[in-house]
Ligand binder design. Structure first.
Ligand code: NDP
Length: 263
């Protein structure tokens, strides 16, 4: 059987998910048809009704701006989805839908692959949107020394902190972090947020930017004035995709060298 899969969001043209999943399917000798679908806010429920009506439909990846709207579907939610209130993967199994999020574990898997240790480290997360929320539980499972948040809107940072309790706190621009994880989407407007300039950054500080491609460039150029340890989000993209694939098929694809093949 050829399994029907896809990614939904808006915009969607730029998505690399079809290429990544087609490589995984080839590796594991599974037949898939994986398409990009432009689905706007408010349209997801109708789209899913039609998509999953097809008996070969197995799953969808969900990207911006639908990662919260997806929770409105009549679906079973994994523990992590209940914690972070967003999902990036839908699976149909035995006529029921299941929601999961692979972003946080995808980041941690890529950090491990790059030998970037989180344990006992001072972690600063820049940004307080969906991606920041998705990675906090996975980062905190790696037992960092502390997790702080800095964001353009302090109100949104405080809301995020409120979701996770004591182990996450508001950044006060005193601490020099060991690892900065940029979850701000400012790079999509080719900008670097003003508040970045108030950060204290040592020359051995590591920057992991969730953005990749051209939105990564402004942050990269700004950070390289301070430190040379800079990583962009392609690795996380591939790792979260591998975890979605494993969620659908129960088989783990090999992520080695995928970046070279698609990026
Ligand atoms: P959201 O829209 O949920 O959050 C965006 C965040 O960026 C908010 O904190 C917002 O601040 C901040 N922001 C946006 N524009 C600006 C600006 N001009 N100046 C300062 N701050 C700004 O987006 P996500 O959290 O879902 O995504 C964030 C980034 O992570 C995106 O670049 C996305 O592509 C990337 N990503 C990468 C993944 C990967 O696999 N590599 C997976 C998921 C996301 P405020 O609260 O003040 O509005």
């Amino acid at each position: 059987m050829e399994y029907k899969l896809g990614v939904v969001g808006s915009p969607i043209e730029h998505s690399l998910s079809p290429e990544i999943h087609n490589i995984f399917a080839q590796q594991l000798n599974i037949k898939i048809s994986y398409e990009k679908y432009l689905v706007n806010t408010g349209e997801l429920s109708n789209f899913c009704n039609q998509f999953f009506d097809n008996p070969n439909a197995l799953g969808l990846n969900v990207t911006l701006p639908l990662k919260r709207e997806v929770l409105e579907l009549d679906a079973n939610k994994s523990n992590i989805v209940n914690k972070i209130h967003s999902a990036n993967t839908i699976k149909k199994d035995n006529k029921s839908l299941y929601l999961h999020s692979t972003d946080g574990q995808g980041l941690v898997n890529d950090l491990n692959k790059k030998n970037i240790s989180i344990k006992d480290k001072k972690i600063l997360i820049l940004g307080a949107g969906g991606a920041a929320a998705s990675i906090i539980p996975a980062i905190s499972d790696s037992k960092p020394g502390c997790i702080e948040i800095a964001n353009r809107s302090e109100e949104n940072a405080k809301k995020l902190i409120g979701m996770f309790g004591e182990f996450v706190s508001l950044h006060e621009y005193k601490l020099g972090p060991d690892v900065i994880i940029n979850c701000s989407s400012a790079g999509h407007d080719s900008s670097v947020p003003e508040f970045f300039n108030n950060l204290k950054i040592s020359n051995d500080c590591i920057l992991y930017d969730l953005s990749y491609g051209s939105p990564h460039k402004p942050t990269r150029n700004w950070f390289k004035k301070y430190s040379q340890y800079i990583y962009s989000g392609e690795g996380m993209l591939v790792e979260q995709a591998a975890l979605s694939f494993e969620y659908w098929f129960g088989k783990k694809p090999n992520t080695k060298n995928i970046n070279k093949e698609i990026l």
